[in-house]
Design a protein around this ligand. Structure first.
Ligand code: PLP
Ligand code: COI
Length: 367
């Protein structure tokens, strides 16, 4: 078993005042503000992970020859800390994020950070910045962003031998500016996000860079997000830019939740994985399989597929109202949030916020 490391702690001399913090927590938006501290851990081949520290949040000095700036070895994670009514602060399935961070590192020829270091870094940051975790009762929480990038200097193309791991925290409300309202998606036939053998199943920074031109195209179509199809046939629904997708089929009282199977090119979402369990707990059937855009459109037209939603840490669960593509558009559930979607959302957020039993031991106490 890996050892727990000791973190050096250097407190900020200029933390935000209670008033400044309260003003931010009042309307945090998503990813706009950061807490007073950050965690940094260095890596060097031969020496391993070292210099574990909590320091004031602030800019780095960056060498122009850092390999990340040229060849892009950079990965990240995303998870949240919630304050419960009894004052405890918890996070959700951090070991799953630690494992995915290791899988992303492996794919990008980067060193693995141990689960202990990953989870300890979260404990350290949330402990020192605990006042930044919003009060219970609303949608707000503290979004945690672990990431790692190559800091060896040089222009030769090879896996770097030096890296930096950083954890920052950002108080967060609803991911979409308009709150939990159905979004409109643009189904991209022109661009693809990922392909078999590519990097789609890693939380690799370049995947997000590669998605931005398509996101611009979606904006021009008046859509909120891109819905990606598979790279080969441009037919199978994969996922969105930062969220997995699920569909609800109803036949009388029979409810089936359908989600695209992990194809190797889509990101194995922890929300997706948790909702598979929630769906079954709620007595719904679960289908994890290939679903094409044609099947979706046909079954929506026949009234068989009645709801669609996106799911991920940042957005939790957000209904999808309209699907637009070069071939036309169709709307699910008259563009309204569906009952099953809202029930699954209430169940998951209820567990995360300590308002429902955590039967699967998904919560991890931080403070
Ligand atoms: N798909 C992509 C491309 C993502 O970036 C994310 C966000 O992390 C997800 C899906 C959802 O994953 P998770 O539920 O683990 O946040
Ligand atoms: C998340 O849900 O944590 C994400 O990473 C989505 C997006 C902000 C990239």
């Amino acid at each position: 078993m890996a050892q727990h490391s000791t973190f050096d702690i250097q407190r900020s001399e200029h933390p935000r005042t209670a008033e400044e913090r309260a003003a931010i927590l009042d309307n945090p938006g998503f990813g706009r503000y950061f807490t007073d501290h950050m965690v940094v851990i260095d890596y060097e081949e031969g020496k391993g992970w070292h210099n574990h520290r909590v320091v004031p949040y602030g800019p780095f000095s960056v060498d122009p020859a850092y390999m990340v700036l040229h060849y892009g070895q950079a990965i990240f994670e995303g998870l949240k800390a919630y304050r419960h009514a009894d004052g405890e602060i918890v996070t959700f399935r951090p070991a799953a994020n630690a494992a995915r961070f290791q899988a992303s590192a492996e794919r990008m020829a980067m060193p693995k950070l141990s689960e202990e270091d990953f989870i300890d870094s979260i404990k350290e940051l949330v402990t020192i910045d605990q006042d930044w975790v919003p009060q219970p009762g609303g949608e707000e929480c503290l979004y945690l962003r672990p990431f790692m990038f190559a800091t060896e200097t040089g222009l030769g193309v090879h896996p770097a031998k030096k890296f930096t791991y950083v954890l920052i925290g950002s108080p967060a409300g609803a991911y979409f500016a308009h709150g939990v309202q159905p979004v409109t998606v643009w189904v991209s036939h022109e661009y693809v996000r990922a392909c078999p053998g590519g990097t789609g199943s890693a939380k690799f920074a370049g995947n997000y860079a590669a998605s931005l031109a398509a996101q611009d195209a979606a904006d021009k179509q008046g859509c909120d997000q891109v819905l990606w199809l598979d790279a080969i046939k441009r037919e199978n629904i994969e996922e969105m830019g930062g969220m997995n997708v699920m569909f609800v089929a109803q036949d009388g009282d029979d409810v089936t939740v359908i989600t695209p199977a992990l194809s190797g090119s889509l990101l194995p979402g922890i929300t997706r994985d948790s909702l598979k369990t929630v769906a079954q707990d709620l007595g719904y059937k679960l289908e994890e399989r290939v679903i094409t855009l044609t099947e979706l459109a046909d079954r929506v037209a026949k009234g068989e597929i009645t709801e669609a939603f996106a799911c991920g840490t940042a957005a939790v669960i957000n209904p999808i109202g309209t699907f637009k593509s070069r071939d036309g558009e169709f709307t699910v559930n008259e563009g309204k949030s569906g009952d099953i979607t809202l029930k699954m959302r209430a169940t998951l957020t209820g567990i995360q916020r300590g308002e429902r039993a955590d039967d699967h031991n998904w919560l991890y106490k931080l403070v």
